[in-house]
Write a protein that binds this ligand. Structure first.
Ligand code: NAD
Length: 249
């Protein structure tokens, strides 16, 4: 069914925006959570709110998803605090943008985005895959973006998010025999701190181009994550699914 009672899920970037909504949604469905973020104070607040509203266990921990050793410590600490040695669900959600036209883009802007948005996929997935194979069960959900198609000012971000898709499709093929599904989500324009940084004029212009006539909400993305994490999605793998309100680039 669509319930996730007793499942163990990791959500990265869970202190804000889409990750926070995913954490709430998975908790409402009954999953116990290991939440990771670089912003640990905000993350602890999110965990407290979820514990207040649901009955699941929530472990909030610092992680820098761009750093392999940090993801290793995060995973080991998270599972041991829940008294298990596996997770059922991994949501690779943490991500950043450092927009600039290519001629002005610095090496640091390139490096930081590739590290956090693409290396993170390798780093976090490496931690969970052994446990998933051992138990012949897994759901891996990777946050890409509609921007993977190419978007002015986002050479770094588009490259990373396109990389997420290639990674997703290859892992889907390699891990299918272990009953592990791997899918990518491409949000369009979603109302989070990331897009609130966009100047109001530009924001309105983008919203005008969305056929559904509104900006997306973090819950719109979280609903798809909950479905892909459920048993009802057990035959869906290697897919790239948009949550865009019909927006095309
Ligand atoms: P957000 O900035 O609100 O949240 C991102 C979270 O990731 C923050 O809590 C941040 O602290 C955390 N984070 C940043 N770097 C990290 C690191 N190195 N290690 C661990 N955590 C880190 O952004 P959001 O809009 O909620 O974005 C979530 C995901 O969705 C990202 O991967 C983003 O690229 C993707 N996305 C967002 C949109 C949109 O319109 N908002 C569109 C397409 C894709």
């Amino acid at each position: 069914g669509i319930e996730l009672n007793g499942k163990i899920a990791i959500v990265t970037g869970a202190s804000s925006g889409i990750g926070r909504a995913i954490a709430f949604k998975l908790a409402e469905r009954g999953a116990n959570l290991i939440l990771g973020d670089v912003k640990i104070d905000e993350l602890r607040k999110v965990a407290e709110e979820i514990i207040k509203e649901t009955k699941v266990k929530v472990v909030p921990l610092y992680v820098n998803v761009g750093d392999f050793n940090s993801t290793k410590e995060f995973y080991n600490k998270g599972v041991s605090e829940l008294g298990v040695d596996y997770v059922d669900i991994l949501v690779n959600n943490a991500g950043i943008n450092r927009d600039a036209l290519f001629v002005k883009m610095t090496y640091e802007q390139w490096d930081e985005v590739i590290r956090v948005d693409l290396y993170s996929m390798f780093n976090m997935t490496k931690q969970v895959v052994e446990g998933m194979i051992r138990r012949n069960y897994g759901r891996i959900i990777n946050m890409s973006s509609l921007s993977w198609l190419g978007n002015i000012g986002q050479a770094n971000y588009s490259a990373a998010k396109a990389g997420v898709i290639g990674f997703t499709k290859t892992l889907a093929r390699e891990l299918a025999k272990y009953n592990i599904t791997v899918n990518a989500i491409c949000p369009g324009f979603i109302d989070t701190p990331m897009t609130r940084a966009v100047p109001e004029k530009v924001r309105q212009k983008i919203i005008e181009r969305i056929p559904m006539g509104r900006i997306g909400q973090p819950e719109d993305v979280a609903n798809l994550v909950a479905f892909l994490a459920s048993d009802e999605a057990s035959y869906i793998t290697g897919e790239v699914i948009g949550v865009t309100g019909g927006l095309v680039l």
